[in-house]
Design a protein around this ligand. Structure first.
Ligand code: HEM
Length: 182
């Protein structure tokens, strides 16, 4: 039987779908923007970057659902562990959640403040406006890209720590999110 909710032993099907689905979409965003920084405007870059705002909007919706689901399961999720390492894991996960919300948040703020309409999937979220809201556009320019790279660095750290937990300490951390019992 499918286990939908989280337990202290492992994450349930909803948490796992959100985790791996968002991981794939985040990878798409970073590969696209990484290639853009390295190669400039090429057809390959356009292939990735052409979907950046739509994929980013999808991630913004998913992080809201993920945050709500995490709060609903807070008491029966696998624990972070004791001591300084446990605290570091808790703080690292909190920072990941905050950045996953704030990074698309700044981009959406900019899209709201810009003159052209914002319509991911053809659904008009923000209508066009006569004049831009400069503080919102400026905030997006200043923080969206910069904080996105901080998020990217944190995700790399997250992957390294899972590898250390699983390969070196053999404590079954990966199995909890892979859907196997540790
Ligand atoms: C979690 C979701 C998102 C991630 C991880 C992400 C990541 C990034 C990264 C790494 C860059 C490159 C910054 C640079 O060139 O140094 C970037 C740029 C950009 N993103 Fe996103 N993005 C996300 C969501 C969005 C959304 C929702 C929108 C639009 C509403 C958007 C619009 C843009 C635009 C227009 C740029 C180019 C201008 C700039 O650097 O700010 N992004 N993004």
């Amino acid at each position: 039987m499918i286990q939908w909710r989280d337990t202290p032993q492992r994450y349930g099907a909803i948490s796992r779908a959100l985790h791996w689905g968002m991981a794939a979409l985040l990878l798409w965003q970073f590969v696209g923007m990484g290639l853009r920084v390295m190669l400039g405007r090429t057809p390959l870059v356009s292939f990735f970057v052409g979907s950046h705002t739509t994929v980013g909007f999808t991630l913004a919706v998913l992080i809201m659902l993920r945050g709500i689901w995490a709060l609903m399961n807070l008491r029966n999720r696998p624990p972070h562990g004791a001591g300084l390492l446990g605290f570091a894991a808790w703080a690292g996960h909190l920072a990941l959640y905050l950045l996953m919300a704030v990074v698309p948040g700044f981009a959406l703020l900019r899209a709201w403040g810009q003159e052209r309409a914002f319509a991911p999937y053809g659904i008009e979220i923000f209508p066009p406006r006569e004049a831009p809201v400069s503080w919102a556009v400026e905030a997006g320019h200043m923080f969206h890209g910069e904080l996105a790279w901080v998020l990217g660095a944190l995700i790399l750290g997250h992957i390294v720590m899972v590898a250390v937990h699983t390969g070196l300490w053999r404590d079954g951390t990966f199995a909890r999110m892979a859907g196997r019992r540790g």
